[in-house]
Design a binder for this molecule. Structure first.
Ligand code: MG
Ligand code: MG
Length: 255
């Protein structure tokens, strides 16, 4: 079932989104050569605690996962696409890092992700990060009253394809509100003019995941969580929680 949010609920989600944005900014600030992924998780935990927010990631166990998620961020490095578990790995010069974070505040949820490069960037990684960010921006621009979900999905997918990138089958964006994952699904590929009609008060997480090698298949680590490219190519991930409104798309996970 899809819950259309009241304007009051959108304001409450905006506050949760601000916490997510703060956590992501703090993590990106802290990320440098030699810093461990577990230390980055600690940085995000401190921001959530300071805000009095709960993590919707910690202890989360979707049907595909063998164990509850043990952290408040996903940290996916290089060929890891999404759902990386923050461990003792220490960042190296040139690593491409994707951080995903959520926050639940006063019963409402925000979910966002960023990708960035630590130290000296490779040109190909800069292009991949740029294309992924552009795919997110295209999806957000299509999230308008009167459009359908297929317009958002198509916008995301078209940017990815024109960049020559693959996108993992089975994973994409989602409705969001009281819980992190709600209806309707927000696929990263779709047909314009088809699918769920977008209305004022619909809130969705749009999240392109681009794989530089161009393939859509992926593999999963033994931990049951971490998705990786099958060809060892690098991947990037961006996400915002967005409200469809009569005034246009409103990004709820900005600072
Ligand atoms: Mg997320
Ligand atoms: Mg999400």
């Amino acid at each position: 079932m899809v819950e259309i949010k009241t304007d009051g609920a959108l304001e409450a989600m905006r506050e949760a989104g601000r916490v997510v944005a703060r956590a992501l900014a703090a993590v990106q600030d802290a990320a440098g050569v030699g810093v461990s992924l577990r230390e980055l998780d600690e940085v995000a935990r401190a921001v959530l605690a300071e805000a009095g927010a709960r993590s919707p990631f910690l202890g989360y166990r979707p049907s595909f996962a063998p164990t509850p998620f043990p952290a408040v961020i996903c940290a996916s490095v290089n060929d890891a696409v999404v759902h990386g578990i923050p461990d003792g790995y220490r960042l190296r010069d040139g690593d491409l890092v994707s951080i995903d974070c959520g926050a639940e505040l006063e019963g409402w949820t925000g979910d966002a992700a960023v990708s960035f490069i630590v130290g000296t960037p490779r040109p190909a990684d800069l292009a991949l990060v740029k294309a992924t960010r552009e795919a997110l921006d295209a999806g957000i621009a299509a999230a308008t009253v009167g459009n359908r979900m297929g317009d958002v999905s198509h916008a995301v997918g078209a940017v990815a394809r024109s960049a020559g990138c693959g996108m993992p089958r089975d994973f994409g964006g989602h409705g969001i509100g009281r819980r992190m994952h709600e209806d309707p699904p927000v696929p990263n590929r779709g047909r314009p003019g088809r699918g769920f009609p977008l209305r004022h008060g619909l809130t969705i997480a749009i999240e392109p995941m681009l794989m530089a090698g161009g393939r859509d298949d992926y593999r999963t680590d033994a931990d049951g969580w971490t998705l990786r490219t099958v060809d060892g190519s690098r991947a990037a991930h961006f996400e915002h929680t967005v409200a469809v409104t009569e005034e246009g798309p409103r990004i709820l996970t900005l600072p």
